[in-house]
Design a binder for this molecule. Structure first.
Ligand code: GLA
Ligand code: ZN
Length: 671
């Protein structure tokens, strides 16, 4: 795809012909070149088992096609019609508490319902047959924000089949689930029930807990796979007829219920919906973009949705301040997006999203601040977009992020309910991001050889095979950092015997005897015993009691019964080294550790204030993105590098100033 897409979700089925005509004019004015539709129109397409209605959509798609817009063709399968839910209640899911849902909301269907799958396949087949030849369709968009875990009897029986496939025998299942604990031995597959609030699990002030981690972990895998099967069904129907058109579904960043790394294999181009929280640090948005790009790191992703100004679903829905829209759009591009797309192009009249902004507001014309900002942005993207599309990032730093580890770590009972995987990931990402390093996310089985630094916070669950992968990486010269609670269990959540961190013990040269934990607000300290740590730092929550084997101690605990025992260690292994950070350090401490290890930016430039820099590359060019996240001007020192501004064509080197919230894209001229 060489067009840079600018546009977004449009729901013309909510509007009269006159309004659609007006909108098409306004889209042109705003430089919009793509619309996504029809995302939620199943009920309009189908009114009974056999009656389908496409004429109304023919009219709309013909208009859109005639106006020259590209189309991101959605399949409308995210909300099944009310009549269907009424006639075939098996489609409706059962929730974690065991309650059967009634029709309502969206993405509320059982992923294993055969009737749902059959009707969805029929609809998609008809859409593909009727519209697939339309030359303006550049992309297919399956479903919408898949998010439908279910605990119904059908899911339960499919879970049993999934388990049979995975473990073959009940003996094996009893072994890996450790059912000798609490007398849970299963003698027949039919005795196995879905782990939910009715069986092994409960909701503990927002944290979901379980008696049997291994069962809950398998259910998480099974649910992610079941929902993926719904997506794959539609994917295949589209690809069978139109193999050359890319297919996607919109992801949601760090979304716990679905293992997006596994999904990515069946997605031609990753797309996702970015809704930065009001007042939240900007590095978190960069982190989400980096995860999404990393799902397929050899190609750009698409920003499928962002809001032009405010949302409706947060506790406080602030409008984007002037300039925020451009800055956030370029933040996505800087991290690898080849599109800027909105939810929504026109603000709806009724229901919950009428107070969610759109490019075109209720007032209905283009004389609004938001429309003007969208138009200006469209104008800039019109000029720059084609010079950026297709360029990728080649980073030297990676963070291991593993959905299975996320599930397992947070299902673990102990040592602390304060332990959240993402908090630890965020701390290390934040520290790396401050050094200017470009960051990829990888899985424990990824090829790590391109990286000079790999950081794996709290890698609690790791298989022996993946342990060997990390060992090989370090042996060949890599730098590896992991933190407390790592190497505790294998892939079925059984603890490693013989000392933690299990398969990582060798490469780290340590063994961990205990994990102490203290309540929120209680701290220990890490005291330097080498120049590695520049001063004392506070640490909290979990405190690993570490014994060095081959490793050396770089810092020790300052208090408690493990005072003077190591809290940070380093092991030289082959041509590389491996570090263990035994507790959750305050951000400044992690910053200081990471500053020592990060390769930093690929370019020798210096930025001041909150200026973010990233590099995208293609076969010809290196593009430097400069994003000033501050409300004031900031300096940048480009040193001896020569650049050309993609927008103004001006040449730059040495000192440069960037206005408040402004962005610049520079092409490197010399190297
Ligand atoms: C999601 C959905 C959209 C819309 C927006 C509102 O991203 O995909 O349909 O509901 O949220 O912010
Ligand atoms: Zn179900």
């Amino acid at each position: 795809m060489s067009t840079f897409f600018y546009g977004g979700d449009y729901n013309p089925d909510q509007w009269s012909d006159e309004i659609v005509d007006l909108d098409l004019e306004l889209f042109k004015k705003a430089n919009i070149n793509i619309v996504t539709l029809p995302v939620f129109s199943w009920a309009k397409f189908q009114s009974s088992d056999t009656e389908y209605h496409f004429e109304w959509f023919d009219k709309i798609i013909n208009k859109i096609t005639a106006s020259g817009l590209n189309i991101c063709m959605a399949t409308s399968t995210a909300v099944q019609p009310a009549w269907m839910s009424h006639k075939y209640p098996e489609i409706l899911p059962v929730d974690f508490e065991g309650r059967k849902r009634a029709f309502g909301g969206r993405v509320k269907f059982c992923p294993n319902s055969e009737i749902y799958r059959e009707f969805a396949s029929k609809l998609v087949t008809k859409l593909v047959e009727r519209y697939g030849n339309n030359k303006n369709i550049k992309l297919w968009h399956v479903g919408n924000e898949y998010d439908n875990w279910c605990y119904c009897p059908k899911c339960q029986s499919e879970f049993r089949n999934w388990l049979k496939e995975k473990y073959s025998t009940l003996d094996e299942l009893n072994r890996v689930w450790y059912t000798s604990f609490w007398g849970h031995t299963f003698y027949s597959w039919d005795e196995i029930v879905a782990p939910s609030g009715l069986s092994e699990m409960w909701n503990d002030n927002g944290r979901v807990r379980t008696n049997f981690q291994s069962i809950s972990l398998d259910y998480a895998r099974f649910m992610s796979d079941s929902i993926l099967d719904c997506y794959k069904l539609e994917y295949k129907i589209i690809k069978d007829r139109f193999p050359q058109i890319p297919v996607t579904t919109n992801f949601m960043g760090f979304f716990k219920p679905l293992n997006y790394f596994k999904w990515a294999e069946f997605i031609d181009v990753i797309s996702w919906d970015s809704y930065p929280g009001v007042g939240e640090p900007y590095f978190l948005t960069s982190m989400r973009h980096d995860l999404m790009r990393s799902l397929k790191k050899d190609r750009p992703f698409l920003l499928m949705e962002q809001t032009p100004s405010q949302t409706n679903w947060a506790p406080y829905n602030s409008c984007k301040r002037p300039g925020d829209l451009k800055l956030q759009s370029f933040q996505a591009i800087a991290h690898g997006s080849d599109s800027v797309m909105f939810f929504q192009l026109r603000r709806s009249v009724g229901a919950c999203e009428k107070l969610h902004s759109g490019v075109i507001d209720h007032v209905g014309h283009g004389e609004t601040r938001v429309f003007r900002e969208c138009t200006e942005l469209g104008d800039v993207l019109n000029k720059l977009g084609s010079q950026i599309t297709g360029s990728i990032m080649e980073n030297k730093t990676a963070i291991i992020f593993d959905w299975e580890n996320w599930w397992a770590l947070e299902y673990s009972s102990g040592p602390s309910t304060e332990l959240f995987y993402l908090n630890e990931i965020e701390k290390y990402y934040n520290a790396l991001h401050k050094t200017g390093a470009g960051i990829d996310f990888v899985t424990p089985d990824s090829d790590l050889s391109q990286y000079s630094l790999v950081v794996a916070p709290c890698l609690y669950l790791i298989s022996n095979r993946n342990g060997r992968n990390i060992e090989t990486y370090v042996k060949n010269g890599g730098k590896f950092v992991t933190s407390f609670m790592s190497g505790v269990v294998n892939e079925t959540d059984l603890a490693y015997l013989g000392g933690y961190p299990g398969p990582l013990s060798n490469v780290l040269g340590i063994w961990v005897e205990e994990f102490d934990s203290l309540p929120k607000g209680k701290f220990n300290t890490g005291i330097p015993t080498s120049s590695f740590l520049d001063r004392e730092y506070k640490c909290e929550m979990v405190f690993d009691i570490i014994h060095t084997l081959n490793a050396q101690s770089l810092a020790i605990y300052g208090n408690d019964y493990y005072k003077d025992l190591p809290v940070i260690t380093k092991n030289i292994f082959g041509s590389g080294d491996a570090y263990y950070i035994g507790s959750s350090f305050e951000q400044d401490g992690i910053d200081s550790i990471i500053r020592k290890l990060s390769p930093g930016s690929d370019l020798n430039i210096e930025v001041f204030g909150n200026v973010e820099t990233t590099l995208r590359k293609n076969s010809m060019d290196k593009l430097l993105f400069l994003l000033n996240h501050d409300e004031c001007k900031n300096k940048i020192d480009l040193k001896n590098n020569q650049f050309q501004n993609l927008q103004t064509l001006e040449k730059h080197s040495g000192q440069l100033e960037l206005n408040a919230k402004d962005v610049m894209v520079l092409r490197l001229l010399n190297e």
